[in-house]
Design a protein around this ligand. Structure first.
Ligand code: FDA
Length: 503
């Protein structure tokens, strides 16, 4: 096959990849990005690029015949998921033995499907997770840079207090306050000025029209509108879509050689391409990057990779749960899909939990308060190569998930007791399930900074090979992770462009 050469290649187009591509392009280095998903810029027959959670179609999920939304049922009725046709849709649910991982597919990666919560972690917890990283430099330079580049903004507090669209948050805040717990506003990459226009009826609704996990047609400052637009604007970056990198090896001249399968809308491989580059940046996310490196080590194409490649994975302690409110505590038929508030009990050293108050926008009053709890679950798992499938297995167990649920239960038992409320058991599929701890939105680790790589994401055992994504984070960061991933990638690029690319 023909070989496409470039000085630099970036695998993926999520947060870590987008930072790498922009900074390479600005440094004048010609760069090819390779993304397995689509470029989401073409309207369907309904005039929209993305479909809503209320009415999902083929655009919703990555090659499925039925949607697999995290909320499987409602009042035990299978009303949430719908039959769809096979298509390279925007949200994927990757199923391992005891853990499903939701990830975005397309130019922009997770930024296309996520809830926009843009949270800078507590400095003390960041320092605990990254003891070898200069925290002052992160909080003085790279976190501010990431927040500004991502377009992070905050909801106007007076609008928040008055709008029907955040009544669900105010009710949960009241119940937290009744328990003696602290709540905090959560910044966002959703444009709140736009959201206020949606509410006023002067702009097309997106967050106020049940759009989020299958993409937003408006308002969301996804990476294609921020970092990636700027990267393309340098004139040095191109993005090849619908191509999945399958193998990485090193030629005798030191260049990296990549094999990528190009697929069509039916998922059929229509071409196998070869790429070669001097500098290789892996930004396929915790799953994508770790799978590539575990496979490369264990099939012998990059045999010098460290034994810790594949290790240190965690789901950021994610557990979802719902509470049933009293009839007088209505949460509102109208709910914005963008969360803006969390219950912050991280300082409780006996049971640290940060629980974001999540919407459940059905268009009907349902009296449910929904939460995504981020717990300080210390359990970690390892990816191993599966020679039968050519993929990887994840050694995460149900008992490890139970650690997250137990921590969430301790917090929410207190909230229920203070408010004489109970859990909802009808939301997560199988009968009487209270905690959904078998899926995560926050896959973290697999190529942990300072273990599988040096202190800047340079992969041990090889030169000019870098990891810039969520695989660097050791399984937990205590808050929603994309700001941390972005800031760490900025730190890596600042160092690498000075030290490694001198002519
Ligand atoms: P990311 O997953 O973003 O990007 C990886 C890209 O690489 C993908 O586009 C993938 O298709 C591509 N790729 C992978 N392997 C490849 C290969 N072999 N060849 C070619 N391409 C490949 N976080 C947060 O901070 N706030 C929030 O509100 C939320 N909410 C949320 C909701 C939902 C539904 C999800 C699924 C996730 C979130 N998250 C979140 C998590 C957040 O989106 C996530 O942490 C980041 O997107 C991870 O960024 P990365 O750069 O690591 O990879």
């Amino acid at each position: 096959a023909a070989v496409d050469n470039a000085p630099a290649i970036v695998v993926g187009s999520g947060y870590g990849a987008a930072v790498a591509a922009l900074r390479l392009g600005q440094a004048g280095i010609r760069t090819i990005m390779i993304e397995m998903g689509r470029l989401w810029n073409t309207p369907g027959s309904d005039g929209k690029v993305f479909c809503s959670t209320a009415n999902p179609d083929q655009r919703s999920m990555w090659f499925r015949t039925r949607t697999e939304a995290p909320l499987a049922t409602f009042l035990w009725l299978d009303v949430v998921n719908k039959d769809i046709s096979l298509y390279p849709g925007v949200l994927d649910r990757v199923r391992f033995a005891n853990m499903s991982v939701f990830v975005g597919r397309g130019v922009g990666g997770g930024s296309l499907v996520n809830g926009c919560m843009a949270v800078t972690p507590l400095k003390s917890y960041f320092a605990e997770q990254f003891p070898t990283v200069d925290a002052d430099e992160m909080y003085g330079t790279y976190f501010p840079r990431a927040n500004s580049m991502l377009g992070v903004n905050t909801v106007d507090p007076s609008w928040f207090e008055s709008t029907e669209w955040y009544r669900f948050s105010r009710i949960s805040r009241k119940h937290a306050q009744n328990t003696g717990l602290k709540t905090t506003f959560v910044p966002s990459t959703y444009d709140f000025a736009y959201m206020q226009k949606e509410a006023a009826g002067t702009a097309t609704r997106s967050a106020l029209a049940q759009e989020v996990i299958y993409g937003n047609n408006h308002g969301k400052k996804s990476l294609d509108k921020t970092y990636l637009a700027a990267a393309l604007g340098t004139g040095n970056v191109t993005i090849n879509t619908m191509e999945r990198v399958r193998a990485v090896s090193r030629a005798s001249d030191g260049r990296y050689v990549l094999t990528a399968d190009r697929i069509n809308d039916a998922g059929t491989v229509v071409e196998t391409k070869q790429y070669s580059c001097t500098y290789l940046f892996l930004g396929g996310g915790s799953l994508g990057t770790t799978e590539l490196l575990v496979r490369a080590r264990d099939t012998g194409t990059l045999p010098a990779l460290d034994a810790s490649v594949g290790a240190g994975w965690g789901p950021n302690g994610n557990t979802m749960l719902g509470r049933a409110n009293h009839l007088w505590d209505t949460v509102g038929a109208n709910q914005s899909t963008m969360p803006v508030m969390g219950i912050d009990d991280w300082a409780n050293t006996a049971n640290p939990v940060f629980a974001e108050i999540a919407p459940l926008p059905t268009g009907l009053e349902h009296w449910v308060s929904l939460y995504l709890a981020i717990t300080k679950n210390p359990q970690r798992a390892t990816f191993t190569y599966n020679s039968a499938t050519g993929g990887v297995n994840l050694g995460w167990t149900a008992a490890q998930s139970a650690v997250s649920s137990a921590m969430a239960k301790k917090l929410f038992d207190r909230i229920n007791s203070a408010n004489t409320t109970i859990y909802r058991t009808d939301l997560f599929g199988s009968a009487n399930r209270t905690f959904a701890d078998d899926f995560t939105y926050h896959p973290l680790g697999g190529c942990v900074l300072g273990r599988a790589t040096d202190n800047y994401g340079r992969v041990k055992g090889y030169s000019k090979l870098y990891v810039t994504d969520g695989s660097l984070v050791p399984g937990s960061i205590g808050v929603n992770p994309f700001v941390t991933i972005t800031a760490l990638a900025e730190r890596t690029m600042a160092r690498v462009l000075v030290e490694d690319t001198a002519p």
